[in-house]
Design a protein around this ligand. Structure first.
Ligand SMILES: Cc1cc2nc3c(=O)[nH]c(=O)nc-3n(C[C@H](O)[C@H](O)[C@H](O)COP(=O)(O)OP(=O)(O)OC[C@H]3O[C@@H](n4cnc5c(N)ncnc54)[C@H](O)[C@@H]3O)c2cc1C
Ligand code: SF4
Ligand code: SF4
Ligand code: SF4
Length: 414
């Protein structure tokens, strides 16, 4: 029976919940805002199935990809509307045209992130682009299994641990299943995201965002804005591009005649949620010892941003988005060769040089404890983040003593 003692040993894939024959496992949110499984012990028959499907307890060996490509979707509009090279939408459209089903992540009506499926071309749009929050996988493995057993093609896209969880859940290979993961830096907390959204809706600006030249934050409490769109990877509007992408939130406000307007627009490095994400303060504990990197997810393809393309192949880079594609299987080779991309062979080392998350998990930052200490006290995301940037007096004294000691030792040795 699954018992979560060490939270770093659960990536929240939901495979155990969906496979339990007694349906006695449910997911509950912890104090950091991540979901973990809980077993209703009196109902459990100790069959051990939950342990067998767990991708953390049963990790695969790393695989070297068969081929690696730099790739761009030839349709520029689609590429600009995607996070990086626009590879996902090509794979997805092809699947739909062949009568298949596409699983991916979208925002729900409360702007939280959930996995779902699309059966039409129109339903694909919400699945496009990265949402830097852990998606709730729900019952999507079960739904995918139903389609697979019914003979429909299924494209399933997710984090590497979600794809590893899906493969373990399904137990066997299906010819009609195609799985795609991405290089995964880690997933931020859905709880922090919810709080952050509340803060921006209530117009509690962070200092850095409130002062941004592209920010619009002028609502009174009587005219609470309603969010109408969120883009973590804005590449076109506001002067943003692929490498310097924007984080943009659109709203409708009664005071502005319900017109669509921009509530928040900042370059990603200045957005407080993105800072907390990229400084690894709000990642799921399992992301610091990821069970599914380096091809261990058993995906057919891994897609990602080709960071560093400007030094490897400058001519291929137009700052509108270049993807990197790692082909792991024969099925992956066949499908990738059938979509309409501009691509070129690249060396594995060149592809991962500026994208260490392919191979390595990020480290737990010193500031993580401080962030959560203030978060649990009810402080704003900005306040909690700001405290991590300012070391405590004790820490500063410790650093000073260490520096002075090292200097003294060095001069004694000399
Ligand atoms: C949390 C996260 C961390 C990432 N870390 C890195 C990294 O370190 N390095 C790197 O090069 N790339 C990373 N990526 C991938 C990158 O942002 C692009 O998604 C990828 O390059 C594919 O781009 P695209 O233009 O082909 O497709 P896009 O149109 O961007 O499609 C993205 C696909 O990912 C799915 N997706 C979006 N958000 C989530 C989510 N929260 N959970 C599961 N699936 C989701 C979508 O449904 C869609 O299928 C990360 C993505 C996410 C969501
Ligand atoms: S041991 Fe079997 S019955 Fe018990 S929680 Fe796990 S899967 Fe469910
Ligand atoms: S990693 Fe997935 S299968 Fe394993 S315990 Fe966590 S939710 Fe269950
Ligand atoms: S870093 Fe690993 S454990 Fe964390 S979400 Fe990504 S694939 Fe899952």
């Amino acid at each position: 029976m699954i018992r979560i003692i060490d939270k770093s040993k659960c990536c929240g894939c939901n495979a155990c919940v969906q496979r339990c024959p007694k349906q006695c496992i449910s997911m509950r949110e912890d104090e950091e805002g991540f979901l973990y499984p809980y077993v209703d012990i009196p109902l459990c028959v100790d069959c051990g199935i939950c342990e067998k499907v767990c991708p953390v307890l049963n990790q695969e060996e790393p695989r070297k990809p068969l081929q690696v490509f730099a790739a761009k979707n030839k349709n520029e509009d689609q590429r600009l509307r995607s996070s990086s090279g626009g590879i996902f939408i090509l794979l997805a459209e092809q699947t739909i045209r062949e009568g298949g089903v596409v699983f991916g992540a979208r925002f729900d009506k409360n702007w939280e992130v959930e996995h779902c499926y699309a059966e039409t071309l129109e339903e694909l749009e919400p699945l496009m682009r990265s949402k830097y929050v852990q998606s709730c996988i729900g019952n999507t493995y079960k739904e995918a299994e139903r389609f697979l057993k019914g003979g429909r093609k299924v494209l399933f896209v997710g984090t590497s641990c979600q794809i590893a969880g899906l493969h373990r859940f399904l137990k066997r290979d299906y010819d009609n299943l195609f799985t795609v993961d991405f290089i995964c830096h880690g997933v931020p907390s859905p709880g922090v995201w919810r709080k952050y959204l509340g803060e921006i809706e209530n117009c509690i600006p962070s200092r850095s965002e409130g002062a941004g030249k592209n920010s619009v934050l002028s609502f009174s409490l009587k005219s609470m804005p309603v969010i109408t769109g969120i883009n973590f990877r804005e590449k076109q509007l506001g002067g943003y591009c692929w490498k310097k992408y924007g984080f943009v939130v659109h709203t409708k406000s009664p005071s502005k005649g319900d017109q669509n307007t921009v509530l928040l627009s900042t370059i990603f490095q200045e957005n407080i949620f993105m800072k907390a994400f990229l400084q690894n303060l709000i990642l799921r504990p399992s992301c610091y010892s990821c069970p599914a990197k380096e091809g261990r997810s058993r995906s057919d393809l891994t897609i990602a941003d080709f960071w560093g393309i400007e030094t490897v192949f400058p001519k291929f880079d137009d700052d509108k988005g270049v993807g990197v594609v790692f082909v792991h299987t024969e099925k992956g080779e066949n499908v990738f060769s059938s979509i309409d991309v501009e691509c070129m062979d690249v060396e594995f080392d060149d592809a991962v040089k500026s994208n260490s998350s392919y191979c390595k998990s990020v480290s737990i930052p010193i500031g993580r404890v401080t962030f959560w200490k203030y978060y649990h006290k009810g402080k704003t995301i900005f306040f909690s983040w700001n405290k991590t940037a300012m070391p405590s007096l004790l820490l500063r004294v410790k650093i000073k003593i260490r520096t002075v000691t090292i200097k003294c030792l060095r001069s004694c040795i000399k």
